[in-house]
Design a protein around this ligand. Structure first.
Ligand SMILES: *Cc1c(COP(=O)(O)O)cnc(C)c1O
Length: 366
């Protein structure tokens, strides 16, 4: 196996799963595993979420759903986003629950002549996809004529349940208007992670968290589930005045020990964190050692400054399972002006993934 890998901790995943469900009164949970489970590996994470009792999984594209089906997952899969009419056939082929936001897609699906359960999406404020809440009576009427479509669920999506309470309450109000039109008996869902945490009383039939399952929001008791680990491929001492990496953005001050780790921006480490990120290792004795990344992040390698030589079997945490400002996915996001979602989904499929439960490796994908 390559000496750089992503370790995913299923105990932390279970912790996050239960914490999120609890904050919404233990309603059902739809596990959002789009974008390769935010970089963590959709098949393995998806299977584990189902083992934990998820109602089903949610993806963004039919290809993501196909990967899950190919891996033998037979559970419910909600296809989020607005179904394009040209993908109606794939919905049937893959046995998906499509999200319907347009009459065109409903028509295309209905025309295929097979019964299919669908979820209607309403745009309560995001302005992206979904029928408008005012259209609810019309939508209800029109769907009565689509004899092959069974409305199973109805949902909406928050735009800023992290910060903007008035707007979120407005969205909740809009959704309640939709609920009034359709009445009871539907699987209603509204809450992403921020909604689940901040508006758990609107858990309705189910919550739909993504980022929270992966533990990537701070201060909520969530635990990041992944560590990016690497062993050095070379450890050497350089004299003072030596430049390191592309463009020579770091120059050794004195004699310095430099370890080269085989991860780079092709693995998902942002190129912009050069000379700012740190990596960490745990010596046999003493405190954890925090080592600065020195010089550019290359495509496949980084260089780190270490206080003393280590062997090639020393494991370094390139991503720590916490909210360190310099060595976590959250920290990388802060350093590069984005949200933790982005460095997470950029974790490259080329990284081997090792899944651990109760401290024991359960699966490995190379
Ligand atoms: C991505 C997504 C989610 C999950 O959002 P998080 O902020 O990651 O919890 C939920 N619902 C929809 C429609 C989404 O697109």
């Amino acid at each position: 196996m390559r000496p750089a890998w992503l370790e995913v901790n299923f105990d932390s995943l279970a912790h996050n799963f239960h914490l999120l469900r609890r904050s919404a009164g233990n309603v059902a949970l739809i596990g959002v595993v789009k974008a390769n489970a935010y970089g963590h590996g959709a098949v393995e994470v998806g299977k584990e979420l189902l083992r934990l009792g998820a109602w089903g999984l949610a993806v963004a594209t039919t290809e993501e759903a196909r990967e899950l089906r190919k891996a033998g997952i037979v559970a419910r899969i909600l296809l989020m986003g607005s179904l394009h009419p040209q993908q109606a056939r794939e919905v049937l082929e893959l046995d998906l629950i499509p999200s319907i936001s347009t009459l065109e897609s409903a028509q295309a699906l209905n025309a295929l002549g097979k019964n299919v359960a669908v979820h209607l999406e309403f745009d309560t404020g995001m302005g992206r996809v979904g029928f408008q809440p005012e259209e609810a009576p019309l939508v209800k009427e029109r769907f009565a004529c689509f004899e092959n479509l069974l409305i199973q669920g109805i949902y909406s999506h928050f735009a800023d349940a992290e910060e903007d309470e008035p707007w979120t309450r407005e969205q909740i109000g809009q959704f309640q208007r939709v609920q009034q039109v359709f009445g009871p008996g539907y699987f209603y869902h509204l809450c992403n992670t921020a909604g689940t945490v901040n508006y758990g009383e609107y858990g309705l039939s189910a919550v739909r968290p993504g980022i929270g399952l992966y533990g990537l929001l701070p201060n909520l008791g969530l635990r990041p589930i992944a560590r990016l680990l690497a062993k050095p491929t070379q450890v050497k001492e350089l004299p003072p005045g030596r430049r390191i990496g592309y463009s020579g953005l770091y120059t050794t001050q004195g004699r310095e020990w430099i370890a080269t780790l085989p991860v780079g921006y092709a693995d998902g480490m942002p190129r912009l964190v050069f000379n700012r990120a740190t990596v960490r290792f745990y010596p046999e004795r003493g405190a954890p050692c925090i080592c600065p990344v020195v010089g550019r992040v290359s495509m496949d390698q980084i260089t780190v400054k270490i206080p003393a030589p280590v062997g090639l079997d020393q494991v370094f945490e390139v991503v720590t399972p916490d909210f360190s400002p310099t060595s976590s996915l959250w920290g990388w996001a802060e350093l590069t002006g984005t949200v933790s979602y982005e460095p997470a989904v950029r974790l490259s499929p080329r990284l081997p993934r090792v899944y651990v439960r109760d401290g024991v490796e359960v699966t490995r994908v190379e």
